[in-house]
Design a protein around this ligand. Structure first.
Ligand code: DG2
Length: 251
């Protein structure tokens, strides 16, 4: 068996993570803290000798910035890059631009959690006229019928798996160490697949910003054990902070 290495990295803190706003496909940048997180993520890769041969990112600036900063810190800024909308964050529909704590207060915890963490119930659809809609954004020209206006985690899995089974699998099968920089929910979708997590259990899984999560895979690209965060303590604290983003005290 040839062991393959996959590294997952959620972008560092974004401007809208800092403001506690539902972001989805809205293209916001990293904060200074987010850039520092990305740099630390890259330094961890270098320290552990986990050097990516190829990068796959979403089309969103916060993931692209994170990859650039992390790879620079790991002395791997030169590796080939593939960017694809299938790695984008879950489209948060009409919730995009809304404050998470205010949304929980307005609609109640049950509805808030259903929209945020249920497996297959998407938030309300965003209209093309909404200021946070991506309709007409040139980076999505050509997606047409597949362009989402809202998504649940299930929809993210459906649109992400062809990319996992295609370009990412090709690089892994070629023996390359693959870095994927993406988002809280697109990475939850990948972790669900890799660790065989059930539709109900996945609701309690949260991905922290900026900490590399490493998988060893077998020839069938199945995970050998669970993924390991390179800084487990910081990862646990970061995941807990993500989990509590609906409560006012966390802001
Ligand atoms: C966050 C995830 O996405 O939010 O869209 O608000 O990873 O791009 O910052 P990211 C968003 P939650 O699902 O954790 O609320």
């Amino acid at each position: 068996m040839t062991e393959r290495t996959l590294i997952l990295l959620r972008h560092g803190q974004s401007e809208w993570n800092a403001l506690n706003l539902f972001t989805g496909w809205v293209d916001v940048r990293l904060t200074n803290l987010g850039a520092l997180e990305a740099e630390r993520g890259g330094a961890l890769l270098r320290e552990k000798g986990l050097l990516p041969d190829v990068l796959h990112t979403s089309l969103l600036t916060r993931a692209i910035q994170t990859a650039n900063i992390a790879l620079d810190a790991a002395d791997r800024a030169w590796i080939p890059v593939h960017r694809d909308w299938r790695l984008n964050e879950r489209h948060y529909g009409d919730l995009q631009g809304k404050n998470k704590a205010e949304t929980q207060e307005q609609y109640g915890e049950e509805q808030f959690m259903e929209w945020r963490r249920s497996f297959d119930v998407p938030p309300p659809v965003i209209s093309d006229e909404n200021e946070y809609s991506q309709a007409g954004d040139p980076r999505y020209a050509g997606i047409d019928a597949e362009m989402p206006k809202t998504e649940a985690l299930k929809n993210v899995i459906d649109r992400l798996m062809p990319y996992w089974n295609g370009p990412i699998a090709d690089d892994l099968n070629a023996g390359k160490t693959v870095l994927v920089t993406a988002h809280g929910n697109s990475l939850r979708a990948l972790v669900k697949h890799l660790e065989g997590i059930g539709d109900d259990e996945i609701s309690s899984l949260n991905i922290p910003t900026g900490i590399p999560l490493v998988y060893k895979l077998n020839d069938q690209l199945e995970a050998i054990g669970k993924g390991e965060y390179l800084d487990p303590e910081a990862a646990a604290a970061g995941a807990a902070a993500v989990a509590s983003q609906g409560s006012k005290e966390e802001q």
